[in-house]
Design a protein around this ligand. Structure first.
Ligand SMILES: Nc1ncnc2c1ncn2[C@@H]1O[C@H](COP(=O)(O)OP(=O)(O)OP(=O)(O)O)[C@@H](O)[C@H]1O
Ligand SMILES: [Mg+2]
Length: 250
């Protein structure tokens, strides 16, 4: 079953068509790769899916319901959560506070819960933050200011913040950028475990080895359009994919 469907989605910025008539179906419980050369439209597509942008034409369905014109926060409450390509954190807050912010940001706890700080709710919040700190292997750094973390740790923290919102569909924009080999291995395990927990993942990533390792299905974008889609093996063998990356197709 498709948790996320795009039907003929186009986004124009003035004369530039950043996303061109994209049809995409993401199956529940998969890690779906979205790849393509720089400027292919991947981040723009994420912004359309999450409601930061409105499509010029076409529609976006979440669990079969049309959300094309709904707000970002509505979609977040329905379980659609993204991370950003650059690291977006609350740099002066500590790691644990950053994760707690993620719970607030998308209504995993209501404002009333937070203001009243009932003991029961405070306990649930504390347990959830602890669980995510452990999951992200950031427990030892819980009191460190986010800005003092290494680049790789900041990216993992970004994912922990997104997970605090209890996503059903998690959109990750180049999460592996700047990570060491061991940080990459650990993040691969984290994503596999997120998938096992029932969250669908859409992964934008330039690191081909990692994409091939993780994804069941990969969609290739080029100049805003879908070039091809299929298994890692299909994409690896597709002659136009390599030339798109080398900049020899128009
Ligand atoms: N807000 C905007 N206004 C005008 N043009 C934009 C805007 N956002 C993106 N673009 C253009 O749309 C195209 C697609 O950009 P996008 O950032 O989606 O690519 P990308 O596939 O994420 O690239 P990268 O791999 O470098 O992150 C580019 O030509 C970009 O310059
Ligand atoms: Mg991008």
């Amino acid at each position: 079953m498709s948790v996320l469907s795009l039907k003929g989605v186009t986004k124009k910025f003035g004369g530039l068509t950043a996303v061109n008539d994209v049809n995409l179906d993401v199956n529940a419980g998969t890690i779906h790769g979205l790849i393509g050369p720089n400027g292919a439209g991947k981040t723009t597509l994420f912004s359309l899916i999450t409601g930061f942008y409105t499509p010029t034409s076409g529609s976006i369905l979440l669990n079969g319901k049309d959300v094309t014109l709904t707000s970002t926060s509505h979609r977040a409450r329905k379980g659609l959560v993204r991370t950003f390509q650059g690291t977006v954190l609350f740099p002066d807050q500590n790691v644990a506070q950053n994760i707690a912010n993620g719970m607030l940001a998308t209504g995993a706890g209501s404002w009333t819960d937070w203001f009243s700080e009932s003991q029961a709710y405070a306990k649930i919040r504390y347990q959830e933050v602890e669980r995510l700190l452990q999951f992200a292997r950031l427990s030892d750094l819980r009191n460190a200011a986010a800005r003092d973390l290494s680049h790789g740790q900041q990216r993992v923290l970004g994912i922990a913040i997104a997970l605090a919102a209890k996503p059903r569909v998690l959109l990750l924009d180049e999460p592996f950028t700047g990570m060491t080999a061991s940080e990459k291995d650990r993040l691969v395990e984290m994503l596999q475990s997120i998938r096992q927990g029932g969250t669908t993942v859409v992964l934008v990533e330039h690191d081909m080895r990692t994409v091939m390792r993780l994804c069941e299905v990969i969609t290739v974008l080029n100049f805003g359009s879908v070039l091809t889609e299929g298994t890692p093996e299909h994409v690896r063998r597709h002659p136009e994919v390599m030339s798109a990356y080398l900049g020899t197709t128009a």
